[in-house]
Design a protein around this ligand. Structure first.
Ligand SMILES: Cc1cc2nc3c(=O)[nH]c(=O)nc-3n(C[C@H](O)[C@H](O)[C@H](O)COP(=O)(O)OP(=O)(O)OC[C@H]3O[C@@H](n4cnc5c(N)ncnc54)[C@H](O)[C@@H]3O)c2cc1C
Length: 501
């Protein structure tokens, strides 16, 4: 019997497998596709934007250098100086100017190697995660599709191919058309599409007829991120029948309509379609079965958020499930997964809906577009939009008034050079005791197999005396200049269970 079976070796399934493997759980990943490689995962079709929070997740597990290498980043983009973000993306195709972000208004930033978003592709992400999973003893079986399961109080029996696999827990990371979601009967609710989108790798006979970059037009949008790569959205109410492969004639007709040009697609190499159908399960858990990533939520790629959202799910669920498997999870810990992640998913769905609404080809939406065009000229609006896109405004409600609690911890660094990111590579929580008195040392001993204690003055302690950080990098507790050991012990017990006696 495995501790956990994961359906799907996409980026979310693999990241979760690494989290569980790091904590010493036995993990089996069952993947439908026999081959890991696919042109859909490599550049240009597999290009994906990773938010700073996702980049930081790789940093905190010691995988950032490999990710840079696999993504073709040939220099160390990390910074010891905080500056304006290099790229801030777009809202409904309207590009934001990084120089207009008010960095002083961004919450709790400290310098570190992972303060910037980056471009990568699915192949790079999966290569790094597969390598890490192998190192951690995770077993990945390819060419086996999960087709059924039964669960009882003791565990789950998963059917895939001709075989059955026993596990204590099952996690469906099997993408937007999740079999696990369907079989378990999760409610999947949301809104129907307004547009059909296409990603196309094509030979374009007369590329000069298309403008570079993002182009918002009266009937939708098109973009050309790379030479043969065209992305298009047509506001057709999602009318295209996605069970069919789009033909060259259809794709050319759509491109002509959305670009208003008579451009010719002479050959289609690869093409697929998507919509902005935005759906989310009402809970991410049913008994011994969880969902993470696209299996739990689907939405349009506007704003480049789906992968980041899924990696956030994996980071949130991994240590909680591992603590449960290992037997030290406090009561109710697993329920915090849905409680914390569902609102973040709902906010991303709302964000993509807002963009779809202002892209509609009607005079009302176009009036709003003009308004937003003016507004994004202001620092306040660009800063607000950047916080939303980057996820830096995300905060879990952990019941504390302290503004740092519930947020992603910045990369605290002690004067002796000890960095939060490096301390987190083993997947444990961290307590920093910044005061001179090591006042939390005795208390922290009780959790020493789950928590790393580090003491000493920090280059910038943000005015705190101590801080407790969960394995997913979220601040669980922030102590005053003279931290109260009892308050620390309550917080540690809440997230890390009973102290060892
Ligand atoms: C055009 C486009 C651009 C995008 N750009 C971005 C971006 O820039 N940034 C961003 O954050 N997101 C982006 N996204 C979204 C992002 O790609 C997805 O959210 C992300 O890949 C989801 O990862 P996942 O692991 O949950 O699912 P998937 O990547 O779909 O992986 C699911 C895995 O499960 C396997 N599987 C399916 N069924 C079974 C089964 N029954 N048994 C076993 N295995 C199964 C599949 O083969 C697959 O390997 C984009 C999406 C699109 C379409």
């Amino acid at each position: 019997m495995h501790d956990v079976v994961i359906a799907g070796a996409g980026p979310v399934g693999l990241f979760l497998a690494c989290e569980l493997g790091l904590a010493g759980c036995s993990v089996l990943v069952l993947e439908r596709e026999p081959e890991a490689r696919s042109p859909w995962k490599a550049d240009p079709l597999g290009m994906r934007g990773l938010s700073a929070a996702s980049v930081e997740a790789f940093y905190r597990r010691g995988m950032l250098r490999s990710l840079w290498k696999e993504s073709g980043v040939d220099h160390d983009p990390g910074t010891e100086e905080l500056s304006s973000p290099r790229g801030v993306g777009h809202f409904a195709g309207m590009m934001l100017d990084p120089a207009k972000v008010d960095t002083a208004a961004l919450p709790f930033r400290l310098p570190g190697p992972a303060t910037e978003a980056m471009m990568t592709n699915l192949e790079a992400v999966e290569t790094v995660l597969s390598g890490q999973a192998a190192t951690l003893g995770v077993e990945v079986r390819r060419g086996v599709a999960v087709s059924g399961f039964v669960q009882d109080e003791e565990g789950v029996t998963v059917r895939a191919g001709e075989r059955e696999y026993a596990a204590r827990w099952l996690v469906g990371c099997d993408g937007g058309r999740s079999t696990v979601r369907r079989l378990a009967g999760f409610d999947f609710v949301g809104t129907e599409p307004q547009f059909t989108g296409y990603v196309v790798l094509a030979t374009i006979a007369d590329p000069e007829k298309l403008r570079p970059g993002f182009n918002l037009t009266p009937t939708g949008m098109y973009l050309r991120p790379a030479e043969k790569y065209v992305g298009m959205l047509e506001c057709d109410g999602g009318a295209f029948d996605r069970s069919q492969r789009p033909t060259r004639e259809h794709l050319q007709a759509v491109l002509r309509r959305v670009s208003g040009s008579d451009v010719t697609l002479s050959e289609i190499h690869l093409a697929s379609s998507f919509t902005d159908r935005a759906m989310q399960t009402t809970t991410y858990r049913q008994g011994r079965v969880f969902l993470a990533g696209d299996a739990a939520h689907i939405h349009s790629p506007l704003g480049a958020q789906g992968l980041n959202l899924g990696l956030g799910d994996a980071m949130n669920l991994g240590w909680k499930l591992a603590a449960t498997v290992r037997g030290y999870a406090p009561q109710g810990l697993l329920d915090t997964y849905t409680r914390e992640r569902h609102p973040i998913g709902a906010a991303v769905l709302a964000w993509t809906r807002a963009q779809a609404a202002v892209m509609r080809p009607d005079p009302h939406a176009q009036a709003v577009q003009e308004l937003i065009h003016d507004l994004i000229e202001t620092r306040d609006v660009t800063t607000y939009l950047h916080k939303k896109i980057s996820g830096s405004s995300n905060r879990y409600d952990l019941g504390s008034d302290h503004p740092l609690v519930g947020r992603n911890a910045p990369d605290f660094r002690l004067e002796d050079g000890t960095r939060l990111g490096d301390l987190m590579a083993n997947g444990k929580g961290v307590v920093f005791d910044f005061g001179g008195g090591r006042s939390l040392q005795d208390s922290a001993l009780g959790w020493e197999n789950r928590l790393h204690y580090a003491a000493g003055p920090a280059g910038n302690d943000l005015g705190l005396g101590a801080v407790l950080i969960r394995p997913d990098g979220i601040v669980a507790w922030a102590g005053d200049r003279v931290p109260d050991p009892e308050a620390f012990e309550r917080a540690a017990g809440r997230w890390f269970g009973r102290p060892a006696t």
